[in-house]
Design a protein around this ligand. Structure first.
Ligand code: PEP
Ligand code: MG
Length: 568
């Protein structure tokens, strides 16, 4: 049995498929038979074209024509006579095909990445993809096709990138195990959205297992069994049935209000990444959107989305939610979220660097486009603007000033928008928490981002397995911070929500009821679980538990007390 981080609930039992990472190293040998080497090179080009055409067709069908365009661009590049011509010349001069591909691609990458034009810079990363694919073909390295794995597969990888996760067919993949990533890494969030049990940060797992090994992934407890004994297997088959049965019992909460056992109503919203996810929120009975992570719109693109493109996406979410609140967070990049075409500088401390609202206020032209799109879309539903990573009131004031300018412009040009559009503050830094009273005077609402609040309060990188033992929202420091933020919001008369993953944690919910949280924003698949847990607690019971818990000194004592009182 090996332990990792419980990242997506449920139990998966199946057969392992390892997604290996390959080193693209080769020996730069002098070639004697240049004709044979040219043939090897041309064969690789043909295979590249065939493979890429197939992949583009597949993506066009499964995802859409825009996504397929990137691969079609790769086909154009490899067919470019200058590029292939330069490579051929190098082979004729005695270089091996791998060296020719690497040198010519690197030359073009260097050239394009220095250009001012953003589209040109994007070509550098496309050429880099072409280089990797060509080298894999020449070196005979085959990648696993994630979209085609057999039924009952458990994927094992060092890390699962969002693009790998997007290829997963949830009918076939029953579990995910990775070596890195934490509870709030984006691979974890996607695994939960797909409802696939996942255990992350299992040390050296890619070397511990081989293809076709049997494994049990217990994504609720964060445990993995490799080639389990018969009795463990039969216990887990029962546990899996039990989990599935409980999930189906939750269906009884569909269409119900979210109320505590003593009748206090709270709002239960959803976290989404794309406007299409809003449909999922409606299907799962979410009462609004508490966090639309707008950066996915930017990450799934090869260019900065225009005002029209963004407006269409925000409007789609607003219309899908039919007048229910849709809180859209402005671009939150940096940290673990990179957008290649923005060519952001590499930083020594990206989580403490030029990210989120800091980047946006430093790139006001692009930020203005996003804010305009949001304000325009507010004419079609109840959109609210949320600012991430606020650390001082000046940032919030600056964003509000930009929104006021937009409103003035729209008034002058008769463009429709919601005159009462709210601008709220994401509370995810210790600085914001410490000045929550000041921010509450300027913000229309608060939403607590516990994923980052925990990271910054505890000074632990949220994706680093070595310090994961400290990354807990149940640390007394984090709980005090949460309580303080809610109290400041209540005192100032503004609503306080929570959109971090803790909002759906069954152990956390009674504390949040006691502190007075009125809006919970969770992954759509957890709406019914959260509604069920909230329905089991009264304010009086929650207060009694919170009083004990808040007097405890350590995280382990707190978790033990909450587990002992759990009503799950
Ligand atoms: C958070 O930090 O709690 C949050 C909800 O945002 P993200 O996970 O996208 O950083
Ligand atoms: Mg955050």
């Amino acid at each position: 049995m090996v332990k990792g981080i419980a990242a997506s609930r449920g139990i998966g039992i199946g057969s392992i498929c390892v997604i290996a990472e390959h080193e693209l190293t080769f020996e730069k040998k002098k070639i004697e038979d240049t004709e044979a080497e040219k043939k090897r090179f041309n064969d690789a080009i043909e295979a590249f074209k065939e493979e890429t055409t197939k992949q583009a067709d597949d993506i066009r069908k499964r995802i859409g024509p825009k996504e397929a365009e990137i691969l079609e661009g790769h086909l154009v590049m490899i067919s470019d006579p200058t590029m292939a011509g330069e490579m051929t010349k190098m082979i004729e001069a005695g270089q091996c095909a791998e060296a020719a591909v690497e040198a010519v691609c690197d030359m073009f990458i260097g050239m394009f990445s220095k250009m001012d034009d953003e589209m040109m810079r994007q070509r550098a990363s496309d050429i880099s993809d072409v280089k990797v694919s060509m080298l894999k073909l020449l070196l005979g390295i085959k990648d696993v096709e994630i979209s085609k794995v057999a039924k009952g597969t458990i994927l094992v990888a060092k890390d699962l990138t969002p693009s790998m996760t997007s290829q997963i067919d949830k009918d076939n993949v029953v579990g995910i195990i990775t070596e890195i990533g934490g509870k709030t890494s984006h691979s974890a969030i996607l695994a939960r959205a797909l409802e696939i049990p996942a255990v992350l940060s299992v040390p050296d797992v890619t070397t511990l297992v081989k293809d076709k090994d049997t494994a049990i992934v217990d994504g609720t407890e964060g445990i993995v069994y490799l080639n389990p004994e018969g009795d463990v297997l039969s216990q887990y088959i029962i546990k899996r049935e039990d989990f599935i049965r409980k999930q189906s019992e939750l269906k009884g909460f569909l269409g119900k209000e979210t109320v505590t056992s003593d009748g206090a109503k709270v709002e239960l919203f959803c976290n989404i990444g794309t406007p299409k996810d809003a449909k999922k929120a409606v299907e799962c009975d979410g009462e609004g959107i508490g966090l639309f992570r707008s950066e996915f719109l930017f990450m799934d693109n090869n260019h900065l989305p225009s005002e029209e493109e963004q407006f269409a996406a925000y409007k789609e979410a607003a219309v899908t939610m039919g007048g229910k609140p849709v809180i859209i967070r402005t671009l939150d990049i940096g940290g673990d979220k990179d957008i290649p075409y923005l060519n952001m500088k590499k930083e020594d401390n990206p989580f403490l660097g030029y990210r989120a609202v800091r980047y946006c206020l430093g790139n006001k032209d692009a930020y203005m486009i996003q804010l305009r799109a949001m304000v325009r879309a507010s004419a079609f539903g109840k959109i609210k603007i949320m600012v991430p990573l606020v650390t001082c009131v000046d940032e919030l004031r600056e964003v509000k000033k930009m929104v006021a300018e937009i409103k003035k412009d729209f008034d002058a040009n008769n463009i429709d928008y919601d005159k009462d559009i709210e601008v709220g503050c994401m509370m995810e830094t210790p600085a914001a928490s410490l000045i929550a009273d000041i921010l509450a005077k300027e913000a229309d609402f608060f939403s607590i981002g516990t994923n980052d609040l925990t990271q910054y309060t505890m000074s632990v990188d949220r994706g680093n397995a070595d310090v994961a033992y400290l990354y807990s929202t149940f640390q007394p420091s984090v709980l005090r911070s949460i309580k303080h933020i809610i109290e400041c919001g209540i005192k100032a008369g503004i609503p306080v929500g929570m959109c971090g993953e803790a909002a759906a944690d069954p152990l956390m919910i009674p504390l949040l009821i006691s502190f007075g949280l009125t809006e919970y924003s969770v992954n759509p698949v957890l709406v019914l679980t959260a509604r069920c847990i909230i329905s089991k607690w009264s304010k009086e019971e929650a207060d009694a538990l919170a009083q004990i818990v808040m007097s405890l000194d350590t995280e382990s004592e707190i978790v033990a007390a909450l587990k002992a009182a759990s009503k799950e």
